[in-house]
Design a binder for this molecule. Structure first.
Ligand code: NDP
Ligand code: PYC
Length: 343
């Protein structure tokens, strides 16, 4: 598997070439071509936009999970039309993003008819960043929110046992003539992926990141990964959001809570099998056509008040740069990926 050992960026690859390379790797690892295409685009998009913890860093995890038999790379999601504004998708132990793609046409029909609709995905493995799941809706003029739970690695406030996943929340809203506003953030102090990257690079974490196996506060990523746990971000406020995500992404969808994920019979498994909720709203049904102007009023005031960077700005800047010069990649990693693809 690719070691990701050298991250020195001295080569560049075009986005479409990286997608093609990853697609070949996923097909070779046993996914259906349609699944490979969706995962490859998701993973390459994260790498392009600087979402490093969910870009190429994840390839070994995808491959070891597929090899472990824990996930079905050929699963065909089943879409159910359950109510006027409610779509349910059984991912049938496959990846979440193909399930989302399968349910999206019906979801959009319902959003247009009702002004709002929900997509509830269960029995799904989400191993990626969440922003790619909401940004496309904002590009079509809708407001979108998504929630996904993961695997127990976050302690509740005052607790000593992990209960919550890192449980990200993503939000996207259209802007007048510009890239949508998108934020995507874990409910934990850090994403598990970022803890693993810090451990690999020998970096310590900020205070308040996690606890070791005895429950004592630690800034050592290895102690967090080796029997310890992450803390929710922002104390009890982040903990409440982590709890909400469990309820929305698991209880409401028919998926598993993070603490119910049991992959012990599948050594090598890394993708949590849980659930995901997506809420899409047509702003024309609420504020009417002035919605994007109201968003601009808010954004203008935020800028006037001194905030120089909106969530999403960093990613869009990296995306524009990648369109000009390609995505930075260490030559050794590119060689490993090419070998895996059989190229
Ligand atoms: P970050 O803390 O890196 O960023 C959270 C949000 O804050 C982003 O929208 C980011 O925008 C924005 N932001 C960061 N710094 C600033 C700043 N100085 N000013 C304004 N906005 C800022 O994200 P996390 O570490 O919480 O999560 C990382 C990724 O991990 C996410 O993509 C998440 O979906 C993924 N993840 C996936 C899980 C899964 O189960 N699949 C579980 C947990 C996490 P920008 O992107 O532009 O920097
Ligand atoms: O980085 O916390 C994380 C994560 C969990 C599942 C996928 N990513």
């Amino acid at each position: 598997s690719p070691s990701n050992s050298s991250r020195e960026a001295i080569a560049h690859i075009a986005f479409d070439d990286l997608v093609a390379l990853l697609e070949a790797i996923f097909v070779k690892a046993g996914t259906a071509p349609g699944v490979a295409a969706i995962l490859a685009r998701n993973c390459a998009s994260a790498e392009r936009d600087g979402s490093k913890s969910h870009g190429l860093f994840r390839v070994p995890g995808y491959l070891s999970t597929l090899a472990s038999g824990w996930v079905d790379g050929k699963a065909e999601p089943v879409v159910e039309d359950v109510a006027a504004a409610f779509v349910r998708v059984d991912a049938r132990n496959g990846f979440a993003q193909p399930a989302l793609a399968a349910g999206t046409p019906l979801l959009l029909e319902k959003v247009k008819a009702c002004g709002i609709a929900l997509l509830a995905v269960r029995q799904s493995h989400h191993f990626g960043a969440l922003w790619p799941d909401v940004e496309p809706f904002a590009r079509q003029g809708f407001v979108a929110l998504s929630f996904v739970n993961s695997f127990a690695c976050v302690v509740p406030i005052g607790g000593s046992k992990p209960v919550y996943g890192t449980n990200p929340i993503a939000f996207a809203a259209p802007r007048a003539g510009g890239d949508p506003i998108v934020f995507d953030q874990a409910a934990s102090a850090l994403a598990n992926g970022d803890v693993r990257i810090a451990a690999r690079e020998g970096r310590s974490l900020p205070p308040g990141s996690g606890v070791d196996r005895t429950g004592a506060p630690t800034t050592d990523p290895k102690a967090i990964l080796d029997g310890g746990a992450l803390l929710p971000f922002g104390g009890y406020k982040g903990a409440a959001l982590a709890m909400m995500v469990e309820i929305l992404a698991a209880a409401l969808t028919g998926g598993q809570f993070s603490f119910e994920v049991d992959w012990s019979a599948h050594p090598g498994a890394e993708t949590p099998k849980t659930g995901q909720l997506l809420i899409v709203i047509d702003p024309d049904a609420g504020a009417g056509r002035s919605f994007v102007d109201r968003v601009e009023t808010l954004v203008g005031r935020i800028a006037d008040a001194g905030q120089e960077r909106l969530p999403g700005d960093r990613r869009y800047a990296l995306r524009r740069r990648a369109a000009e010069i390609g995505i930075p990649i260490a030559p050794a990693l590119l060689k490993e990926l090419s070998a895996l693809a059989g190229a």
